[in-house]
Design a protein around this ligand. Sequence first.
Ligand SMILES: CC(=O)N[C@H]1[C@@H](OP(=O)(O)OP(=O)(O)OC[C@H]2O[C@@H](n3ccc(=O)[nH]c3=O)[C@H](O)[C@@H]2O)O[C@H](CO)[C@@H](O)[C@@H]1O[C@H](C)C(=O)N[C@@H](C)C(=O)N[C@H](CCC(=O)O)C(=O)O
Ligand SMILES: Nc1ncnc2c1ncn2[C@@H]1O[C@H](COP(=O)(O)OP(=O)(O)OP(=O)(O)O)[C@@H](O)[C@H]1O
Ligand SMILES: N[C@H](CCC[C@H](N)C(=O)O)C(=O)O
Ligand SMILES: [Mg+2]
Length: 487
Amino acid sequence: MKDLKDILYKVSLTGTIGDMDQNVNKLAFDSRKVDEKDVFVAIAGTQVDGHAFIPTAIEKGASVIVCEQLPEDIQEGITYVTVAHSTKALGIMAANYYENPSEKLKIVAVTGTNGKTTTATLLYQLYIEMGYQVGLISTVENRISDQVVPATHTTPDALSLQELLKKMVAAGCTHCFMEASSHAIVQERLAGLKLMGAVFTNISHDHLDYHGTFDEYIKAKKLLFDRLPKDAFALTNADDKRGMVMLQNTQATKQSFGLRFPADFKAKILTNSIEGLELEIQGKQVWFRMIGEFNAYNILAVFGVAVLLGEEEEEVLMQLSKVPGAQGRFDKITIAGVTAIVDYAHTPDALENVLKTIQGVRTGGEQVITVVGCGGNRDKTKRPVMAKIATNLSDKVILTSDNPRDEEPMAILREMEAGVNPVDFKKTIIIEDRREAIKTACVMSNPGDIILVAGKGHETYQEIKGVKHPFDDRAIVKDLLNLLNKS
Ligand SMILES: CC(=O)N[C@H]1[C@@H](OP(=O)(O)OP(=O)(O)OC[C@H]2O[C@@H](n3ccc(=O)[nH]c3=O)[C@H](O)[C@@H]2O)O[C@H](CO)[C@@H](O)[C@@H]1O[C@H](C)C(=O)N[C@@H](C)C(=O)N[C@H](CCC(=O)O)C(=O)O
Ligand SMILES: Nc1ncnc2c1ncn2[C@@H]1O[C@H](COP(=O)(O)OP(=O)(O)OP(=O)(O)O)[C@@H](O)[C@H]1O
Ligand SMILES: N[C@H](CCC[C@H](N)C(=O)O)C(=O)O
Ligand SMILES: [Mg+2]
């Protein structure tokens, strides 16, 4: 049990009704998870308004209600606390409830359209190599040192986030590297968190279904930097058009990285091949296992963070050259001379980067066959754009399903097809079933060819109408190429 007043420390209250002098059990923002003597925080969401569940929460035993508007029916014996923003209040309360773990860790958050998972994972792998106990919060998985905690979101809700951080402190972690999605920033999942620094990777088309306009999407990312404290650092991509905008209103120390424009952390690409990248950083030539120019940016961001956290440059470069990178990001599988690349590119910019990287490393004569789809219940405007990019930069394209969710797969595919230039129709096929699509790509391929399977990366499921069916691009590609090789 915890003292209600301790939990509400630093939350700005607009009013209270009832007994504030009491101990409570735990916090819940979902009425279905409320138990006896809990605090229920009512949040207006995208689907429903949590305020409608106040009576249910009370029936289930909640003794305290935190809300933005009081319900009409005020019940005897229940404490009501009103706040201006329930989401923000939840973050601060969650931090208090779990004893402010972020004050005992050095936390760096990474935001941007692409590269968050890669950057956070590289930081985690680098710090493990350097001998630290580290935490990771990412789309692929969360980690408390070497213990894997499955991830449900890119950035967990405020309660799960603070609980994870508390476990990291208990396990002896000194650092935590995390992704901050734009949804999480807007929904205040990071409220109550003390950050040592934040990184901006880049911004391009995504999630316009949620944010409405590109300007709103930019504003969401920028909020992370606006909210940084004075003693933190704000590290931005100097080569991104919006890089400097991100830092406009921050109080934190401004730092930048880049390959082109003047920046605090700079690199030059010496070699960019299918084997990896050779970069010149701070006058030193170093090999890395990651592929493509975009990974040079990720590597530079990681280098910058480590140096800003006080690590020695040479040690950082030496250890960073050993790390493998994140799962499902340019994962290369070569069987019988065919190279398949499984990559999480699910935005136009990421797809273009990956295909241009493939174009850049191809030796000539081979075909590039791309298998790609777009998620259901997600930004529809990216569909034709991604199909156009795929057909522009590949010799053959198979448009297929990628988590159709509640939408009709064929309807998504028709929206993608609308972006294909008529002259490219003959190299484009639509195969709704993703396994069949991958199989067709494998059958079409000859030794030397490159197959790109884009959009799902590390994912191990295909989500159709609320059901997650087991599905792993990497395993399927391997099986099919092996099978075809034998037959
Ligand atoms: C669109 C979105 O971001 N939704 C997130 C949001 O839910 P919501 O606003 O839709 O909630 P809601 O269903 O309207 O419910 C409102 C409130 O009523 C409560 N409720 C609801 C029903 C009930 O019976 N009782 C009850 O109390 C809910 O618990 C909630 O507090 O808050 C929930 C709790 O934190 C999240 O789980 C949920 O993520 C959904 C599942 C989701 O798919 N989110 C994706 C888009 C997302 O967040 N993605 C980003 C990464 C994107 C990227 O790749 O960049 C991420 O960080 O993962
Ligand atoms: N710095 C970068 N710039 C552009 N594209 C990138 C960059 N890093 C990775 N990518 C591409 O974007 C894809 C997604 O990368 P990553 O998972 O690191 O991004 P993310 O920001 O975490 O994405 P999400 O928002 O889905 O969590 C990769 O598979 C790769 O194709
Ligand atoms: N975090 C992103 C991932 C998209 C991955 C893609 N496979 C899809 O399902 O659309 C989202 O939830 O929008
Ligand atoms: Mg991610």
